[in-house]
Design a binder for this molecule. Structure first.
Ligand SMILES: Nc1ncnc2c1ncn2[C@@H]1O[C@H](COP(=O)(O)OP(=O)(O)OP(=O)(O)O)[C@@H](O)[C@H]1O
Length: 418
């Protein structure tokens, strides 16, 4: 083993301190970055690190993909590393192909980790990827969040994904592979200038003489991440002071909100919108600027299927009725990502749907619950065709209960996970 490789796996090991997992998955595409990650994790394992298990997703999109996966399997076998190839077979032809492929890849890997009893998977992004991402975000006019670039770790389902090589350079990793005689596959899109990433890579080379380097940009991204984490910490503290949960809504005191620094207020609102809408990504950029201004000015507004309503003392974020008006699911399924029936009679054909005007007419006592009309409209009720059977959240249980799947703790977790 060369001295350089030892220094590199020590750096990778550093990412997992102070509590490295006992077993660690590694996602290997067959490109140089992930093969180097596999190699260095193998070294760490040989020196007392976690047992390594490798996985490759064969998307079946290129003629050679099966051969590439087989080559990864061979390299793993030579080092005594267990390897699985997963196949992506369920693309329905809808949506953007690279994005769907990427989502499917993570989904398959999460399932694989579950089957292997793994809680952690490492992936091979490097400092070069980080600097490219930073430049691409700069071009989009990103703020603190975007300029934090790629996260070093995040959780999906029960699995933590790790990027332990964000502090390493691609060329140093390739040196390791050359020294060990390990060949890699070059992704043909790497030279295709129709991709923003390819152009960012070329721009980085041009910026180097100005002293704007890959390492420098990756370092700025790291500092931005610290700023971002601090801001979310303030948002967490603020939420505990000025936020209450009410009938599935989130309600802030206006006086407390007005006293927040705008970046903290922005994060708080963004997380509130995400929690209520269940959207994978909260709104960003100008849309979010507009929402923040409306909140400061005390104006009502809708965004991401959520409604901001304002009283003299409070700001309330509610599910927007229009966003759920057509949503009907059989009792037993989850409605709007967060409500389900807790208990109720066994009744064929019963469905969960928003109360809407018809539901409120059928349940005249809804006002006794004290929730605003806009909130009540978007609450789920139990229906049989056009007939309302129960509206447990609006005070008419009639033998049914409905419970929320997302609770307060989950909201606070979103603020802490940054
Ligand atoms: N087909 C694959 N099978 C297994 N792992 C993969 C595969 N493709 C990518 N990876 C993992 O993801 C890392 C990043 O790859 P790449 O940059 O091509 O993916 P990406 O789509 O940009 O990923 P991300 O979603 O993390 O941004 C690789 O180094 C590797 O660890």
């Amino acid at each position: 083993m060369t001295q350089d490789a030892t220094a590199l796996w020590h750096q990778i090991a550093g990412h997992f301190q102070p509590d490295p997992p006992r077993r660690l998955g590694v996602a290997v595409s067959g490109g140089s970055d992930s093969l180097a990650l596999l190699t260095l994790l193998g070294d760490w394992w040989e020196n007392g690190g976690p047992e390594v298990l490798a996985v490759t997703v064969d998307h079946g999109l290129r003629a050679d993909s099966a051969n590439e996966a087989a080559e990864v399997a061979r390299i793993c076998a030579a080092r005594g590393i267990s390897h699985h190839t997963l196949h992506w077979q369920d693309w329905d032809g809808q949506g953007n192909l690279p994005d769907q492929a990427r989502r499917a890849r993570y989904r398959l890997m999460v399932d694989w980790a579950g089957a292997q009893g793994l809680g952690d998977i490492a992936i091979g992004h490097t400092g070069d990827d980080q600097a490219e991402t930073f430049l691409m975000r700069l071009a989009r006019g990103a703020g603190v969040d975007g300029l934090s670039a790629m996260r070093a770790r995040w959780q999906q389902g029960d699995v933590w994904f790790h990027r332990p090589m964000l502090g390493l350079r691609r060329e140093a990793l390739r040196e390791v592979l050359r020294a060990r005689d390990v060949g890699w596959v070059d992704d043909p899109t790497n030279d295709d200038r129709t991709y923003a990433r390819t152009r960012a890579r070329a721009a980085l080379r041009a910026l180097d003489p100005l002293g704007i380097t890959v390492d420098g940009l990756a370092d700025v991204a790291r500092k931005m991440t610290d700023v971002r984490t601090t801001l979310y910490g303030y948002a967490f503290d603020a939420a505990q002071e000025i936020l209450r949960f009410d009938a599935g809504d989130l309600v802030l005191t206006r006086a407390g909100f007005a006293a927040l620094c705008p970046e903290v207020a922005r994060r708080l609102l963004q997380s509130m919108l995400g929690w209520i809408s269940g959207a994978e990504y909260g709104p960003r950029g100008r849309a979010m600027d507009g929402f923040l201004s409306a909140a400061y000015a005390g104006n009502g507004m809708t965004l991401q299927g959520c409604l901001l309503s304002v009283t003299t003392s409070e700001l309330r974020v509610t599910r927007e009725y229009k966003a759920v008006a057509d949503l009907r699911v059989p009792v037993g399924d989850v409605w709007d990502g967060r409500w389900c029936v807790g208990r109720g009679p066994d009744m064929a054909g019963a469905e969960l749907a928003a109360l809407g005007e018809a539901g409120l007419r059928a349940c005249p006592d809804w006002r006794l619950g004290g929730v605003p009309r806009s909130t009540a409209l978007a609450l789920p009720g139990v229906w049989l065709g056009d007939e309302l059977l129960a509206a447990p959240l609006a005070g008419w249980a009639n033998g049914w209960s409905i419970r929320a799947l997302r609770d307060e703790q989950e909201f606070y977790k979103t603020l802490l996970s940054h």
